[in-house]
Design a protein around this ligand. Structure first.
Ligand SMILES: *Cc1c(COP(=O)(O)O)cnc(C)c1O
Length: 371
């Protein structure tokens, strides 16, 4: 037995670098600057450099990042945007925020992600943009996606909210689309201590349009040459994110080691599907998601042993009321994933010993229930 294995422990993340976070807090409080100041500028430069892109633009959260990107690209009513059926609802809501229509693509066989072939099959004359999600930290076929979008003249906007630091054939995700959107929601691989998000791009004009739009359509104070919103990444969160960014590679390496341990210990578990990693992909394991036909029973058994798990996500987005009009008639590939998926604990708050305990409990369940 153990005294509980938490799915997420943000206090542990804080304590690990408490001195640095507290110093960041002091620095901002002493500066008297709260909005659009030197901490945000520094974080934007550091985050752009981390992903090898010319510009990073901090915004209020990940949803705003996605919506602002579609807006500055001129996507609007009458346009269709390709989105995964299996994702967090924010991806779809961003499409609605600019007045366009989402068009769902099902997860590819053996994957949780959509692929370029699935996108190609879903294109219509109204399609203007493709929004792949690098779900759970795994690249969503980004090079093929980029080639497809270039050949068809479509905007490629990466939803990289779960994939800070992931790579595809050595290239960081977020480097394939004309823009990529990130969330720094506290539980993400790179998380703030509140809401925050960002966009990255190499395009100078888009970067400047995003900077203006996040701040009331204003590049110069009290001059408003376009419509805008208020979505800014504040100084305190930027200062905290600089501390966390310096740790990101180390935290991602820990996640990789934990994922490898799960894979090694569970490879022979009957009836269990492990996540697959296509050649050339370096996922960052925001989540470690397994599939089992008796998922609910497995989750209950783990809970009895003090092991927290979550379900990402219980239904494809079109099964929720706001998007019911997009639901296919029969049972979809997304439905099948959602009925069987289970997210095991992973992250820098856990030891390999704890990963072993979780894996042992999962393996024992699988052995007992058979295939
Ligand atoms: C977290 C998340 C978002 C939204 O980010 P917020 O900062 O919570 O607005 C968008 N897309 C995906 C895939 C996410 O996981």
């Amino acid at each position: 037995m153990n005294d509980g294995i938490k799915f997420l422990d943000l206090q542990a993340i804080y304590r690990q670098d408490q001195t640095a976070y507290d110093a960041a807090y002091r620095r901002v409080m002493d500066s008297g600057r709260w909005i659009l100041g030197p901490e945000l500028e520094a974080f934007e430069a550091e985050f752009a450099a981390y992903g090898g892109r010319r510009h990073a633009i901090g915004v209020g959260n990940g949803l705003d990042a996605l919506a602002l990107a579609l807006q500055v690209a001129g996507i609007g009513p009458g346009d269709e945007v390709i989105v995964p059926a299996h994702t967090f609802i924010a991806t779809w809501l961003a499409v609605r925020q600019c007045g366009a229509a989402p068009r769902a693509v099902e997860p590819a066989a053996g994957s949780y992600n959509i692929d370029a072939a699935g996108v190609a099959a879903a294109l219509t004359p109204a399609t203007r943009a493709v929004m792949p999600v690098h779900l759970y930290g795994a690249p969503a076929d980004p090079a093929a996606m980029q080639a497809l979008c270039e050949s068809k003249g479509l905007l490629l906007l990466e939803d990289a909210a779960q994939a800070h630091g992931a790579r595809h054939h050595g290239v960081p995700v977020g480097g394939f689309g004309r823009m990529a959107a990130y969330s720094f929601y506290p539980g993400k691989n790179l998380g703030a201590f509140g809401d925050a998000g960002a966009l990255v791009t190499d395009d100078d004009a888009l970067a400047s349009a995003l900077r203006t739009r996040r701040n009331y359509g204003s590049a110069v104070r009290y001059q408003h040459d376009s419509e805008g919103v208020n979505s800014r990444l504040d100084e305190l969160q930027a200062a905290f994110l600089r501390v966390r960014l310096a740790r990101l590679d180390e935290h991602n390496a820990q996640r990789r080691m934990q994922a490898a341990r799960y894979a090694a210990l569970l490879v022979d578990a009957p009836g269990l599907s492990l996540p697959t990693v296509p050649a050339g992909d370096e996922p960052v394991w925001h989540l470690f998601v397994i599939r089992h036909a008796q998922r609910d029973a497995l989750q209950a058994v783990l809970k009895d042993q003090g092991i927290e798990t979550l379900i990402h996500y219980p239904k494809p987005v079109y099964r929720f009321p706001p998007f019911a009009a997009h639901a296919p008639a029969g049972r979809s590939a997304g439905d099948a994933v959602c009925d069987e998926c289970l997210s095991l604990p992973i992250g820098p708050h856990l030891t390999l010993d704890q990963i072993d305990q979780v894996a042992d409990a999962v393996a024992a369940f699988c052995k007992g229930r058979g295939a």
